[in-house]
Design a binder for this molecule. Structure first.
Ligand SMILES: [Zn+2]
Ligand SMILES: [Zn+2]
Length: 415
């Protein structure tokens, strides 16, 4: 018997989590947090055997300490780099919960328990657990990201995790060498959207940034600390312009550099990182904001972090440019700025004079890649997730001749 129960993130983006029951085993794959509204997944049964984490992003890892708070005492398996990165993100998220004035979801002790129970796995080295075999495949999304395959002797299911199906400037594309998949649990973030060609986009970014900085301005890039900061470094390094890094991206890059194989070109990232100037205190921040340069700062959707400081200093300057370069969730200052042209955050509400651009450097597969990959795998059944328009995608997959179904949070499916 194999049964999948959606605990979160199936018909939505955020708080990704599922319970997988295979024979006598009960597993949880991912236990994430919706960072926008801070909602958490449904609680799994208490007698879990193991937890597997696809990757470190908080929408997949952010509620793992909650499992320990609720009495879980066993291990969480993932790649080594995913464990280190999620530790960084989770501790930061815990701090943010306090800053927001909310009742924290878990204690620092719960987060520490998680660290103590973090077990590292390598790609393609299966782990056997009383009748179930689990294998991680490189998912090409961010360093350490995995697709999780479970075999129980009869059936083989694959949970894609967030997946990148094309090479980026940071990552090799996903390893998709698995075969004979009975059930595919498939991230569908961009099932209805294509991404622009990455090389062309990188060229546009370089020439835009070069124009701004050579014109005496500052190119400001709000970036997600895990994945995007590093790709921007790899793309912009060759311009030879001064690059400042501010925020959590400094620590996360160090973690990645400790795992050479987790990125496509270790030497490029290392070179780009060592030549960037790292900002640690506010006097350095002031200096960076008063000379022509590139500033890579968190947070990616501008919902906190040092980017606030730079926006407050630079919004009036029409020789500067703000380049949003990743997913902007509804309700975040980044998204509001794109939708309305106004920057609103912490009591500020202004129409910035600096240029605002959006460049789609997504780390998720776009529509064509996703559909080609699904066709190649040709699974017995598809359960799409990680999108708020799942039902339309299911309809399309059925029209294409696939057996597809949507599962809502709290619902389960026997396979
Ligand atoms: Zn992700
Ligand atoms: Zn995700």
């Amino acid at each position: 018997m194999l049964r999948i129960t959606a605990l979160g993130g199936f018909k939505e983006v955020g708080r990704q989590a599922m319970l997988v029951e295979a024979g006598r085993n009960r597993f949880v794959f991912d236990y994430g947090l919706n960072v926008q509204n801070m909602s958490v997944p449904l609680q799994p049964p208490p007698d879990l055997d193991s937890v597997f984490l696809s990757h470190s992003h908080l929408d997949h890892s952010g509620c793992l300490p909650l499992l320990y708070k609720n009495g879980y005492q066993k291990d969480v398996y993932s790649t080594g780099v995913s464990h280190e990165l999620s530790e960084l993100l989770i501790l930061d998220s815990r701090k943010v919960q306090e800053l927001k004035g909310m009742e924290p979801l878990y204690s620092y002790q719960d987060a520490e328990l998680l660290q103590r129970h973090s077990k590292a796995m390598e790609f393609r080295k299966p782990l056997d657990m009383s009748g179930s075999r689990i294998t991680l495949f490189d998912a090409g999304h961010i360093p350490g990201s995995s697709s999780i395959m479970l075999e129980d002797g009869e059936k083989r299911i694959l949970y894609s995790g967030d997946i990148g199906l094309k090479d980026s400037f940071l990552m090799r594309k996903a390893d998709t060498s698995y075969k004979d998949i009975d059930v595919l649990l498939c991230e569908s973030t961009y099932w209805n959207r294509e991404h622009p060609d990455r090389h062309e986009l990188a060229e546009q970014l370089r020439s835009h940034v070069e124009g701004v900085v050579n014109g005496g301005g500052i190119a400001l890039l709000p970036c997600f600390a895990v994945g995007r900061v590093q790709e921007m470094l790899c793309i912009l390094h060759e311009l030879g312009l001064p690059i400042y890094m501010d925020g959590m991206g400094i620590k996360s890059t160090k973690i990645m550099l400790g795992h050479r194989d987790s990125v496509r070109d270790y030497h490029l990232l290392k070179k780009a990182f060592s030549s960037a100037r790292k900002i640690g205190k506010s006097s350095q921040r002031m200096r960076a904001a008063s000379r022509p340069c590139i500033i890579i700062a968190s947070a990616g959707m501008m919902q906190g972090g040092p980017i606030r400081f730079y926006m407050k200093r630079l919004w009036k300057r029409d020789d500067c440019s703000l380049i949003l370069n990743g997913f902007q969730m509804e309700g975040t200052p980044g998204r509001t700025l794109l939708d309305t042209g106004r920057y609103t955050d912490e009591g500020i509400d202004v129409r910035p004079r600096l240029q605002v651009r959006f460049m789609d450097f997504s780390a998720h597969a776009g529509r064509t890649e996703l559909l080609e990959w699904i066709k190649k795998i040709s699974p017995g059944k598809i359960i799409p997730l990680h999108s708020d328009t799942i039902d339309s995608f299911v309809k399309e997959l059925k029209e294409k001749g696939f057996d597809a179904a949507s599962v809502g949070n709290g619902e389960n499916m026997e396979v």
